[in-house]
Write a protein that binds this ligand. Structure first.
Ligand code: SIN
Ligand code: FE2
Length: 215
């Protein structure tokens, strides 16, 4: 791992992380007033859970989903389901503002017509982290991943196609959006332990959505 750190960009700027990977600084800020109530609704319908990985570890990140398919994990493995195993009900539908934001961010990064069928909603409380992984449970790998960060800042690790490849450290703050697809779609990524620096609107938490096209 290197200590290379991308500088903070201003809202409206775009930083290339790869040929088909971009950090869109502050791209979600214009959507903020519509996103926050939608998060509350999702959280009420499908409360956050700490999933158990196939290896038996309890994830420090708490997870919910919206959209037709939701990503879950248990001792058997990772999978997408139409029913939330914790409530026995379908996942809450994907709010229009989520679809708009995801499609517009993807288009800005060069991926037109992005129509996600899944949105993972991750909650990071102080200390929560996500180890390096690839997003590889989706059948449609032609579509990009669109990742929206809200609340407390975090350091995103963006690596290569092998776990051992060097990673760059990318500071993500409230409103930032990262899009990766094409030749960058399978790059390893993760999140360093989140520091407790409360956000004025969201307090001591970081919320991240990742939009995917699964089928
Ligand atoms: C993820 O890889 O699913 C989430 C990334 C993030 O929280 O920024
Ligand atoms: Fe991921």
């Amino acid at each position: 791992m290197t200590l290379e750190l991308f500088p903070f960009g201003d809202a409206g700027e775009r930083t290339a992380l790869g040929r088909h990977a971009f950090l869109l600084h502050g791209f979600a800020l214009p959507y903020e007033a519509r996103l926050l109530p939608a998060i509350d609704h999702i959280q009420t319908e499908a409360p956050f859970h700490h999933l158990v990985t196939p290896g038996g570890h309890v994830m420090s990140v708490a997870l919910s989903n919206c959209g037709r398919l939701g990503w879950t994990s248990d001792e058997q493995g990772y999978c997408y389901t139409e029913i939330n195993p914790h409530t026995g009900r379908p996942w809450p539908s994907m709010p229009d503002v989520f679809r708009e934001l995801a499609a517009n961010a993807a288009a800005t990064a060069g991926f037109d017509g992005f129509a996600p069928d899944a949105c993972l909603v991750n909650q990071y409380l102080p200390g929560a982290r996500l180890t390096l992984h690839q997003d590889k449970n989706e059948r449609d790998l032609s579509a990009p991943i669109v990742s929206v960060s809200l609340g407390m800042s975090a350091v995103f690790l963006f690596g290569g196609l092998e776990r051992s490849d060097k990673t760059v450290r990318v500071p993500l703050k409230h409103g930032d959006v990262v899009v990766w697809g094409g030749e960058d779609r399978m790059r390893y990524h993760g999140v360093m332990p989140v520091q407790d620096a409360p956000h004025p609107l969201l307090g001591s938490q970081r919320i991240n959505f990742t939009f995917r096209k699964v089928i």
